[in-house]
Design a binder for this molecule. Structure first.
Ligand code: PMM
Length: 301
């Protein structure tokens, strides 16, 4: 099953897309510090595109639980040159930001997608920016900034509440002039969701509920703590995130099979293969028979 929706300006494929992550930060969940240098971040983004990323997501602010915010100027300093250079080299770029000003800079520099983990709640100017530019927009379920999200992870029925809150945000963005066709929804795995309460698994088990909102879905569980928690060893030690890429791959395969529009991952190549396997399986190889295939990677230089 593949998603039937095509947000504007983004790559099209008859399969789930893969978004590769470049965190230009010293302190992210899962790869903090490794690409905190403009040159290395650009090289990494190019490598992810060559490994099969359909979109490269560039972020300059960590959203790990407890993280403090960076200033807007610092965020622009981190992501600006990376977005500019990747876009110049033909890579489809997404900007991971909660700030309209950063998003505006990135769109001017060639970003095709604004990935806002706050779903428009952190910056009241975001909806206007998205409406004015017509850029594709990921609206994620969010209940507050990193320092407060743990306390807000309280649910009676997590699936219903996340669904209702996403729908309310979707309606609010549309009221502010955004075309619904621009919007991709994301249940926000790990954001105000507690790994010990199975919130994340409940959301994944009910993807059909989120499909019913009528928009493409982005699933971003790569290396998140609920995977490490699931893989706790007999001594009670959670699996560290660096050892969660096989579990992430399983998540990609299942998400693609359940109709996700895109998965966001740190280790691109295995997921790029998996989405092709899922598509071939679900079409009985129909597209392969037509000789079109689904080539991995792109020449970007
Ligand atoms: N998670 C992180 C960052 N950006 N964007 C979307 N749309 N959805 C997510 O769940 C999401 C995101 C945090 O993960 P990282 O710091 O390991 O990249």
């Amino acid at each position: 099953m593949t998603s039937m929706y095509k947000p504007p300006g983004l790559p099209e494929a008859d399969r789930c897309l893969v978004m590769g992550v470049v965190n230009v930060t010293p302190d992210s969940f899962s790869d903090g510090g490794r690409w905190f240098d403009t040159g290395r971040a650009i090289e990494h983004g190019l490598r992810l595109a060559e490994e099969g990323a359909d979109i490269v997501d560039v972020g300059g602010e960590s959203t790990r639980p407890g993280a403090q915010r960076v200033t807007c100027d610092e965020e622009i300093r981190r992501v600006g040159p990376v977005v500019t250079e990747l876009a110049r080299q033909g890579v489809p770029v997404s900007i991971d930001t909660m700030r309209a000003e950063v998003a505006g800079h990135a769109v001017d520099a060639g970003a095709l997608l604004v990935n806002d983990v706050s779903g428009g709640l952190a910056d009241p100017a975001m909806a206007r920016l998205v409406a004015r530019t017509g850029v594709a927009y990921v609206l994620m379920h969010w209940r507050g900034h990193s320092h407060e999200m743990e306390n807000r992870a309280v649910y009676g029925d997590v699936v219903k509440e996340v669904h209702d809150e996403l729908r309310a945000r979707l309606e609010s963005m549309v009221d502010e002039g955004v075309d619904p066709g621009q919007i991709v929804l994301d249940p926000g795995l790990g954001f105000a969701k507690r790994p010990e309460n199975a919130h994340n698994w409940a959301l994944l088990a009910h993807m059909d509920t989120f499909h019913a909102l009528g928009r493409p879905l982005l699933i971003a569980g790569s290396r998140k703590r609920f995977l490490g928690r699931l893989l706790t060893d007999p001594e009670g030690n959670e699996r560290v995130f660096t050892e969660c890429d096989d579990a992430t791959l399983a998540l990609t395969t299942l998400s693609a099979d359940r109709g996700a529009w895109c998965v966001r991952v740190h280790n691109v190549r295995p997921s790029a293969d998996a989405v092709r396997v899922a598509a071939a399986w679900n079409t009985g190889g129909a597209r392969l028979d037509q000789g079109r295939g689904t080539p991995v990677g792109r020449s970007v230089r």
